[in-house]
Design a protein around this ligand. Structure first.
Ligand code: G6P
Ligand code: MG
Length: 219
């Protein structure tokens, strides 16, 4: 088996949106009378919007009606989109574009597999729409990460088998989803606590395409 496709997570792999999510979820936490820590915010990475609110409710012990949940979700997203709408291509992580261009020049297909229902809007703000052959977001599948649906749909769109795909992820939910999809994975970033990836890459300047290809040598 050889490396035929790379499926990138978006948030935390191509750009840093976690800080914007954090600001917006902190406001929701305040409404629930508790303070959201940075450590808790880490646990929201890769997790769908509704499931994030469920976690906040669990941590706060608050009980609210379905209508109140919908209201908070709407307000959270409105607040988040205000940050997103200020984004420019300057917020693409350094060296990502170079890596992606090299991968494509070697015939590797590339897609985005994100839990975010705002993925296309963010990619558009970053002016990256034409850089991928497929974009799958959290609104396109029944289940979001840690379930494998998003990555499986991305592989299908690229016409590749799961075993030919490599996922690049910064969240535990995403690495679990890759494993469930039967795909190899790379953990991206400095978090040493992430489990299940074949390799860790601190940032895009450390991404070595040949090394990634070798992960497929023995499979
Ligand atoms: C990404 C982020 C999560 C976020 C999820 C849903 O996976 O890492 O922190 O909760 O997307 O994002 P959305 O933009 O749909 O609220
Ligand atoms: Mg992420």
């Amino acid at each position: 088996m050889s490396l035929k496709a790379i499926i990138y997570d978006l948030d935390g792999v191509i750009t840093d949106t976690a800080k914007y999510h954090y600001e917006s979820w902190k406001w929701v936490a305040e409404q629930l009378d508790f303070v959201l820590t940075e450590k808790q915010n880490q646990k929201l990475k890769g997790v769908g919007r509704k499931e994030c609110l469920d976690k906040l409710l669990k941590w706060s012990g608050a009980r609210i009606s379905e209508a109140e949940k919908q209201n908070l979700l709407q307000k959270k997203n409105k607040m988040y989109l205000k940050y997103i709408d200020t984004m420019t291509p300057n917020e693409i992580f350094p060296n990502f574009k170079e890596f992606n261009t090299l991968a494509k020049s070697e015939g590797i297909k590339v897609a985005i597999g994100s839990s975010s229902r705002n993925a296309i809007r963010i990619i558009d703000k970053l002016d990256l729409v034409l850089d991928f052959q497929a974009i799958v977001d959290g609104g396109m599948t029944p289940h979001s990460k840690p379930e494998p649906d998003i990555f499986l749909l991305a592989a299908e769109k690229l016409n590749c088998k799961p075993a030919e795909c490599l996922v690049i992820e910064d969240s535990q939910a995403g690495l679990l989803a890759a494993k469930k999809a039967g795909m190899k994975s790379i953990s991206f970033g400095e978090d040493k606590g992430l489990k299940g990836a074949q390799l860790q890459i601190k940032n895009w300047s450390f991404a070595d395409l040949d090394k990634l290809k070798h992960l497929f040598d023995k499979s």
